[in-house]
Design a protein around this ligand. Structure first.
Ligand SMILES: *Cc1c(COP(=O)(O)O)cnc(C)c1O
Length: 504
């Protein structure tokens, strides 16, 4: 199969479809599955082309980007600074240096429009990039919609989501600075897996604090982390001061992301050879994820499509920013005008129901204060199945872009999300992670609207991960045990009470 594939990449386009009589049977099948009515402009070959050809309906080989894109450079108003948690003064680079390597601190505050992707990082990206852009023809048919639906699929990475796009450069910059160990928190385990994978490639030690409830109930991502050589602790643990404190109060606590962050941050702050990594929310994380959108722009251009609507799910906001920011640049430049729409769970609606205020990133209030859409750092969402979408705040940069009016946001309840996920799985084949089911449900809503109006809109969706390790959520849905939890205003008001009175 691989031979035919290489063959296809090397020769099919100069062979022209009309002369396909000389092609082998397998090649004919391949040629039939791609859009040959459009001729590729810049046919470039890379290692990624085999995987792409296998999954891709319509796209044409493109290069992995050489630079990440920093949207801040193009914003008419710059986002407000993060504040020191004690002094409330803008955070200085040296405040962050116990936690992050210098290059990432620089990127966090950078005003440069483009930042070069190190060649070593690009080489590793080649394991799964460029990722496929797939036209969801069978879903379109199922919905009987005139809309053209495309999804950019990040589940082909070793960890199964978009998160390795930032885990790899984060570990790379730590390795460059001679750091020996990276530490982090993880909930369901997507981020912990990505960091464990990246650490294994650079020979760094990796230690992960996994929320106790997930550690006990979801063993597979823990086993993946251990397979990549990481040490995984249930959080709270008795290794840290903050963990011991919580355990003393409640020995059987299920833990939370906020507590796990405090533990990892404590360990990084106390050890000179150890740094902390975060999988979403921060500017440098959003920056690294822009490889998604940069690739997608080229892929859409190659097939002559321009999106009318771009949809992504938002937890901390990194996969959404990754896909949409390069398109926002094009929009600001007057080259296209897609509507950009974030989708969050109705049970954790930071953009649609939160306040835009300075708040802490963790429960204990150890992190800098960030101006963001927040439900309050005390907010604990109901145990819905949206895994990575249960963070109390939204990335400060996304929050700012939302305030500027460059994007919109909606929330969708989880049963509608899983209904859409089942339709998607049974038409497109891929089983989405619980997070992107929100984007899929919003896509289906829009496609059905197009059916009513007859509009042939081009909808682009971020399919940021597969759900192979989240099947208990599907089990719940299929058994009829998944319900929509109503979002109570009292709960929100109580949590908002924890937002500190800082800044404007
Ligand atoms: C972590 C995760 C998310 C949520 O994080 P963002 O920063 O909002 O992208 C969404 N989808 C998947 C598959 C994840 O692993």
């Amino acid at each position: 199969m691989a031979t035919h594939c290489v063959n296809f990449c090397a020769s099919s386009f100069d062979a022209k479809p009309s002369s396909s009589g000389s092609h082998s049977r397998v090649e004919k099948k391949w040629l039939g599955s791609i859009a040959l009515d459009r001729k590729p402009k810049n046919l470039k070959l890379s290692n990624g082309c085999r995987a792409r050809a296998a999954l891709n309906a319509d796209s044409i080989p493109i290069e992995i980007p050489r630079q990440w894109y920093n949207l801040i450079a193009d914003l008419p108003i710059k986002p407000p600074p993060s504040l020191h948690p004690k002094t409330f003064e803008p955070v200085k680079p040296e405040d962050l240096s116990p936690l992050f390597p210098d290059e990432l601190i620089k990127q966090e505050a950078s005003g440069e429009r483009y930042i070069d992707i190190p060649e070593e990082v690009r080489e590793i990206y080649k394991l799964w990039r460029p990722t496929p852009l797939i036209r969801a023809k069978r879903l379109e048919k199922l919905l009987d919609t005139p809309a053209r639906i495309y999804y950019k699929y990040e589940g082909v990475s070793p960890a199964g989501s978009h998160k390795p796009n930032t885990a790899v450069p984060q570990v790379y910059y730590n390795a460059q600075q001679g750091i020996k160990k990276v530490v982090t928190e993880t909930g369901a385990g997507q981020w912990g897996c990505s960091l464990a994978f990246a650490s294994s490639l650079f020979g760094l030690e990796c230690e992960v604090w996994q929320v106790r409830a997930s550690y006990d109930q979801k063993p597979y991502r823990k086993l993946m982390m251990q397979t990549w050589g990481a040490k995984v602790h249930p959080s709270p643990s008795n290794i840290t001061e903050s963990g011991r404190k919580i355990l003393l109060m409640d020995p059987s606590t299920p833990g939370s992301l906020g507590i796990a962050i405090s533990e990892a941050v404590e360990v990084a702050a106390m050890n000179a050879d150890t740094k902390y990594c975060l999988g979403s929310v921060l500017n440098h994380v959003l920056l690294h994820q822009t490889v998604i959108g940069e690739e997608c722009l080229k892929q859409m251009e190659a097939i002559g499509e321009t999106p009318d609507l771009i949809i992504g799910c938002t937890g901390g906001g990194s996969n959404f920013a990754g896909l949409s920011f390069p398109f926002i640049r094009e929009k600001l430049d007057g080259k296209m005008s897609p509507v950009i729409r974030a989708v969050e769970p109705s049970a954790c609606p930071s953009l649609t129901k939160g306040v835009y205020r300075y708040d802490y990133g963790d429960t204990a209030g150890m992190t800098p204060l960030m101006k963001m859409h927040t439900l309050g750092h005390d907010f604990i969402p109901d145990p819905i199945h949206a895994g990575g979408l249960r963070y109390h705040g939204m990335a400060p940069l996304i929050s700012h872009v939302y305030e500027l009016g460059f994007m919109e946001a909606i929330s969708i309840p989880q049963t509608e999300c899983f209904k859409g996920a089942i339709q998607f799985a049974r038409s497109e084949g891929l089983i989405p992670a619980p997070e992107p089911t929100h984007a899929i449900a919003a896509t289906i809503r829009e496609a059905l609207k197009c059916k009513e109006t007859g509009e042939a809109k081009v909808i682009l969706t971020a399919m940021c991960g597969h759900g192979h390790f989240d099947l208990p959520a599907y089990d719940n849905y299929l058994q009829g045990n998944l319900v929509d939890l109503s979002f109570e205003d009292e709960k929100l008001q109580a949590a908002l009470g924890s937002v500190p009175n800082v800044g404007s």
